[in-house]
Each structure stands twice: as structure tokens, then as C-alpha cells.
Design a protein around this ligand. Structure first.
Ligand code: EPU
Length: 350
């Protein structure tokens, strides 16, 4: 073994929630070879494996994870210009996502500018098809290089192979735990125009056409106002960002939700059109209208003072505290609107 496998490592510090027990074993892999070696170690010792990236979208149990936590620390970014005013830009899984976005914007490469200010690593982005402000990584990903644990070999999946949809891909649905993302290749437009379709961005710029740099700055500013940027000075950012997905419902169901809302004296229910038969409702709105105001507190956890969709560790919270608030929110939203909210973070060790 060319690298260290540590025993009994506390995991909270690796997560933005700052919550979680200890890992039986912990390794940090800096190359594809080290990933393979670590997996061999796990196999020989009959250990379950959890792949940790930036730790920005996980809730780890207080009991920790009784197996091997493998932190992906593969680094490197390569740019390949194409003849058609696009580039292919390949980033290793352990690169910081926002540093990557910053680099793309600096190089006037369009396609990820609205995804500025999002915590986490490159490797996590295809897994939950990271999206914000009208953009999703599925729009620009052309290839995901992975280690296939089933066939024990490295494979390269195309965009279509990944089965991307809202906050999902084959990595977190049909083929959960099968692939370990090693690198992601994006196709970006050289000097392309920024994508300004989300209302917050349209309101910000009015009729003006911003540059990529201005778009990035605006997104970071808007995110920061909602405490959706990791900032050690902002107590709200000790969280996993959005704790629930925005539910997608049929139009019939939406009409029923509108009826329930009117019973409580609420005139309009916000929504985004998904397709001809479905709409997406902001979970933050459902949570707020079910009685949880911004800054709501329950013991050591609460909701962000700037956004009801983020559950926040107010200091020394345990995973059980988060779960208790999660359950309370789910049952109240279900009671008020008949909607079952689904958590967005990955639950580890439960
Ligand atoms: N709202 C409230 N109360 C709040 C906040 C929002 O009622 O405290 C309502 C408002 O009606 C608002 C609407 O919710 O118009 C939507 O809010 P926002 O624009 O902040 O977006 P979101 O739907 O809550 C989603 C993503 C975010 C992403 C933003 C911007 C999900 C689960 N969340 O949030 O992603 O940054 O859009 O595109 O899809 C994340 O996944 O961790 C994340 C932060």
C-alpha cells in the first residue's frame, strides 16, 4: 500500500454540517491507483465503502460509518480547445467546484457561471446533477470517468449514460454505489453569453446583458444573501444547503394543493413549469407556510435565518437533532399540503 489508511477518524470536520461520528477506516486517495488500492483493502477486509467528496451534501450518523471512508483527493484540470469555439475541460474529482467555475469564468468559458458559489468537489456534481439559477451540470457534462466497482475497471460514461434529471442521475438512483467518479469533462463555449433565465438574475440585471464575470458575481451575491455560500462568519452556513428537494407534482395534485392553501387563506402557490403535466413547487415555501419561519429553532438545530430550506447546526448539534427537525418538517408539510418532502443530502451510516 503506497498510502496511509487511518483508523477511527472523526468525520464531522469533513462535512459542512460539522456533524458525524467516526469512520472505522479512513483513506484519502490522490490518484486513480490509490482509489483502486483503497478499494482492494476494503474488499480484503470485508468493509463497506463510503466515498466522500467535499462533504457539502451529506449527513453522517452520530454512530459514524463502520467501514472505509474514502476521500477523493484527485487533482488536476486540463483544457482542450476545439475548432467550433468550444473547449473540453476535464477536471479531476477532488478539485473544488467553485475554484473550477472561477477558472472557467476567468477564461471566458460559458456554461457553468450560474453554478458559482456552490460548495463541494467536481466529483459530486454529476451525482446529484447540481443545479442552480437556471443551469444544471447536465447541460455541459460530456463525459464522466469512473471506477466501476461491479466490473472492477475504469469506464467513461457519456452524458446520455448518466440519465440526468432534476437532482438525480444513475449515480444516485439505479446504480447507487456502483461508480466512483474520478474525473468529469465539460463542453464549454468560448465567449458564450451567460444564461440569464432565473428570475433572481433577471431582476438583478434588468435589460442589461452582463458578462460572465458579472453573472458569477451576481450569483454569489444572491446566494450569500440567502446564506447559500459557505462563509465561516455566517452561522447559517453550517448546513448542507437545501435540505429537501423541490417536489415535482402533477397539475391535478397542484390544483389540490392550491385548494388546501386557500383553506388557510393563501391566495397563490408559487411553482415552476416542468413539462405539460408537471410542476415543481419550492419546498422552502411549503415549509414556511406549514409554520416554520426563517430562523426557527429546535434545540441545537434550526432553519437558516435567510432561507427555510436549509437546516442549520446551531452548535454541537447531533445527527439525531437534524433528523428530529427533518421529521417534524416532513410531517407538518404533509399534514398541511399532502406533499411528501424528500431530503436532498446523502445519509451515511444510518
Ligand atoms: N421561499 C420561501 N421562503 C424562503 C426561501 C424561499 O418561501 O425562506 C420561496 C420563495 O417563493 C422563492 C422560492 O421559495 O421564490 C424559491 O427560492 P430560491 O430561489 O431561493 O430557490 P429554491 O427553489 O429554494 C433551488 C435549489 C438551490 C439553488 C436555488 C437557486 C433545490 C432543492 N434547491 O432552491 O440549490 O441554489 O434553487 O437556483 O432545488 C442546493 O441544492 O443545495 C441548493 C442550494
Amino acid at each position: 500500500m503506497s498510502f496511509l489508511i487511518e483508523k477511527d477518524v472523526s468525520l464531522g470536520k469533513f462535512t459542512t454540517f460539522k456533524i458525524g461520528g467516526r469512520a472505522g477506516f479512513f483513506a484519502s486517495a490522490r490518484s486513480e491507483t490509490e482509489v483502486v488500492e483503497a478499494l482492494q483493502f476494503a474488499k480484503q477486509n470485508d468493509l463497506n465503502v463510503f466515498i466522500l467528496g467535499g462533504g457539502s451534501n451529506v449527513l453522517i450518523a452520530d454512530e459514524g460509518f463502520d467501514g472505509l471512508v474514502l476521500k477523493i483527493a484527485l487533482k488536476g484540470i486540463s483544457i482542450f480547445p476545439k475548432k467550433d469555439k468550444t473547449v473540453r475541460i476535464a477536471a479531476q474529482a477532488g478539485e473544488d467546484w467553485d475554484e473550477f467555475v472561477k477558472l472557467c469564468v476567468e477564461k471566458n468559458l460559458q456554461g457553468v457561471e450560474c453554478l458559482s458559489g456552490i460548495p463541494g468537489f467536481i466529483g459530486g456534481t454529476p451525482v446529484q446533477n447540481v443545479g442552480a439559477y437556471g443551469q444544471e451540470v447536465s447541460e455541459t457534462i460530456v463525459m464522466v470517468r469512473c471506477f466501476d466497482r461491479k466490473n472492477e475497471k475504469i469506464v467513461e460514461l457519456t452524458n446520455a449514460d448518466c440519465e440526468f434529471a432534476y437532482r438525480t442521475s444513475l449515480f444516485n438512483t439505479t446504480e447507487k454505489n456502483r461508480y466512483i467518479v474520478l474525473a468529469v469533462t465539460f463542453a464549454l463555449k468560448v465567449y458564450g453569453e451567460p444564461k440569464i433565465i432565473y428570475r433572481d438574475l433577471q431582476n438583478y440585471f434588468g435589460d442589461r446583458k452582463p458578462s460572465l464575470k458579472e453573472t458569477r458575481e451576481a450569483v454569489i451575491k444572491i446566494r450569500a444573501e440567502k446564506s447559500m455560500v459557505i462563509d465561516p462568519r455566517d452561522p447559517n452556513s453550517q448546513s448542507a444547503g437545501s435540505f429537501f428537494k423541490n417536489p415535482i407534482v402533477t397539475k391535478e395534485k397542484f390544483t389540490e394543493i392550491e385548494r388546501l392553501a386557500r383553506l388557510s387563506g393563501i391566495e397563490t402557490v408559487p411553482f415552476y413549469k416542468v413539462d405539460d403535466i408537471k410542476v415543481k413547487i419550492p419546498a422552502a415555501w411549503l415549509i414556511e407556510k406549514s409554520g416554520f419561519h426563517k430562523g426557527f429553532q429546535k434545540g441545537k438545530v434550526g432553519l437558516s435565518t435567510n432561507h427555510t430550506l436549509a437546516i442549520v447546526n446551531l452548535g454541537n448539534a447531533k445527527a439525531v437533532d437534524v433528523l428530529a427537525l427533518k421529521d417534524e418538517i416532513q410531517s407538518k408539510v404533509n399534514f398541511c399540503f399532502g406533499v411528501e418532502l424528500k431530503p436532498e443530502p446523502v445519509f451515511v451510516g444510518f
